[in-house]
Design a protein around this ligand. Sequence first.
Ligand code: ADP
Ligand code: MG
Length: 352
Amino acid sequence: MTFQQIFNHPPETQASASGRVNLLGEHTDYNDGFVLPTAIPQQTTVQLGFSNDGQHQFYSENLQERVNILDIHHSPSGFASYIFGCIEVLKQSGYTIPSLNVYVQSSVPIGSGLSSSAALEVATIRAIRQLLNLPINDVEIAQIAQQAEIHYAGVQCGIMDQMACSLADTQHILFLDTRTLERRLLPLPEQTSIVVIDSGVPRTLASSGYNQRRAECQEAAKLLVVNALRDITDEKVTETLPEPLNRRARHVVTENNRVLEVLQGVEPEHFGELMNASHASLRDDYEVSVPALDTLVEILQKTPGIFGARLTGAGFGGACVALVALGKEKAATQALEQYCHAGYQGKILVPS
Ligand code: ADP
Ligand code: MG
């Protein structure tokens, strides 16, 4: 179904935003640390028109679901909460937003850790900015999107996803300091391409595990008398902490240092080694991996033509990202076949 078929009039405007994958810097964003995401080719597109009957109406082509907002004092649930949240946060920022008809269509895999949620928010706010000519910049879009996700979708997220969806592109890596929002677009390692493979294992424990790690990091920072673990640069300092806070903190410190190393400019081989070291740290120190992710990463790391691989996203299931030599993309398919022979059901998400 098209916008026209759903709402009986053509859209006034439309805007898109890409999903993202994080190459390095995992579980660092809520520690005020550094991250290195890049945009993926898949995008979410939002079409907008004015609603004439005084209520917002949202339609998702992916979910084939329509939601009418009858009571703006009552936040909707599900996908509508992300769009409604964006509208409400814009209103709280002082803008007058009329009733809207919103049509969503996306090629970003939903719920696979490639940030379909932030892509939806950023595309929605971009489209509203365009429709109403609002004077907001791309960083402000990310901040509004994050507020929408926290306060209306109920997800305690950092700023990485929204900044990546708003500011990254597929030709660069976005270096982001999540404390200062200082950022830099770095070239992708030369002659490489990014492959993302879904492990086929759902992220069932992800939210409880994520909240627990956040709490552990806060506790570690408190014991070390710093505002956030980002303020520790020497991993030796973490040795004074009790188990398991010492290992949680060591992951954050070493992971931040790995991201900073990339800022100096690194060859693909070294970038791959940093990704491998990141996975080992997430597995052993941060304990957010699961056997399927370890198996997939191990196969990818051993496959010729692949510089490095790691789990990406919060962990406890979800996807792995690999840095592959340009022209050797078949290596990832071979690795996936081997993984599936081991009894798992993986799938290549990027390239689509
Ligand atoms: P991720 O961001 O990793 O894809 P999340 O759980 O954070 O996973 O966000 C997924 C949620 O975002 C979906 O359950 C849905 O509510 C919303 N969403 C994202 N893209 C779409 C879309 N195209 N149509 C409808 N809802 C979407
Ligand atoms: Mg998300």
